[in-house]
Design a protein around this ligand. Structure first.
Ligand code: AKB
Length: 355
């Protein structure tokens, strides 16, 4: 246990920002199940009670407020950060500058704090960062459909503020990990990439589908929204065309993959950013499965052209071979298995217990 500058003993902590979101919800539950006693969670709003009870401490904190973060973290020795706070793609298009503040300035604050704590403790602080398929940008549907499985370093021409933010933050993470203050006399960057003060690792999430939570503010939300609406017995008007296709995975797979990447010894990683995904169904194929499991489901397709163009700029399928070769990433489910083994049983239970 380290001494703070004021000599108080600093609690070891694992920090999760944006902990009130879907991924935060899944991560806290997973760490809690693993018996982690040191979860410190922050968000702009108070976390739900059952989530708070799984954490050592929770705080209402804004990642854009550097002073607040400093005050908060002066009590903790943070060796691991899961920086989830973000404004997603649809919401960001209604307030791009605010999204930029949160998505970029918030991330710079976290990286700076990680660098300072890393220098203070003489060992890198791990920062796990969720990026997104939104970093990609196809100029046309033909380009998208002919591209095939896209790897990490091609077609990265995002057309949304959120996509621009995520791509830039991937580069910022690489900078803090390998080149931070490279010209400073006391710099420890460059000569040995394993010695940077920030151990930055990034997974690029596809659309995520959770049985326990529903998304807010994203453009891949049409699939989880469709499934949850059917389970609640509500009709659903899908804001994209039936033949729209982008990659997805279930929330448990995303959480497992994130923890898998976090656990890999640093020198086994050959890159900083990794694609992950499980299946790439069309919206129509998902609707067919929904109707199979919820025969009374009423689903219509009324595309919102502007949101459609965002999804049309994202890839159909991802090349995840780097994640598989570097840290043995493997999807758990096919689309059909995801419905049969995870989504339908848990969503049905979720809404039955709510009635
Ligand atoms: C969004 O739709 O904005 C997110 C994402 C794909 O990153 N779910």
């Amino acid at each position: 246990m380290e001494q703070s500058t004021l000599g108080e003993r600093r609690q070891p902590a694992l920090l999760i920002t944006g902990a009130g979101g879907e991924v935060g919800h899944g991560l806290i539950s997973s760490f809690y199940k693993d018996g982690r006693p040191d979860i410190v969670a922050t968000d702009l709003r108070e976390l739900e009670r059952d989530q708070r009870q799984k954490c050592a401490a929770t705080y209402i904190a804004d990642v854009c407020d550097r002073d607040a973060l400093d005050r908060l973290l002066s009590m903790y020795q943070v060796k691991e950060m899961y920086h989830l706070a973000a404004v997603l793609s649809t919401r960001a298009e209604f307030a791009p500058e605010i999204a930029h503040q949160v998505n970029v300035n918030g991330t710079v604050n976290i990286l700076q704090i990680a660098a300072e704590q890393g220098r203070m403790y003489g060992e890198p602080v791990k920062v796990v960062f969720p990026s997104s398929i939104a970093v990609y940008g196809f100029g046309s549907l033909e380009q998208k459909t002919s591209a095939g499985a896209v790897s990490e370093y091609e077609h990265c021409k995002p057309s949304t503020m959120y996509g621009c933010n995520k791509l830039y933050c991937e580069h910022l993470g690489r900078y803090y990990a390998h080149s931070y203050r490279q010209l400073a006399t006391d710099s420890i960057a460059g000569d040995d990439k394993n010695r940077g003060v920030v151990d930055f690792r990034c997974v690029r999430y596809p659309g995520l589908i959770s049985a326990e939570t529903t998304p807010t503010g994203g453009t891949s939300d049409f699939v989880p929204e469709m499934i949850h609406a059917a389970a609640r017995g509500e009709s659903y008007s899908c804001f994209v065309r039936e033949n729209t296709r982008i990659p997805f995975m279930t929330m448990p797979e995303a959480i497992n993959a994130t923890l898998q990447l976090a656990a890999v010894p640093r020198n086994e990683l050959t890159q900083i950013v990794y694609n992950i995904a499980s299946f790439s169904p069309s919206a129509g194929e998902v609707a067919e499965l929904v109707k199979y499991y919820f025969p009374n489901a009423s689903i219509s397709f009324e595309p919102d052209n502007r949101r459609q163009s965002i999804v049309d700029s994202w890839p159909e399928t991802l090349d995840c071979s780097a994640a598989t070769s570097d840290w043995d990433f493997k999807p758990t489910y096919t689309l059909e298995q995801a419905f049969e083994e995870y989504l339908v049983p848990n969503i049905t239970k979720q809404y039955e217990s709510a009635t």
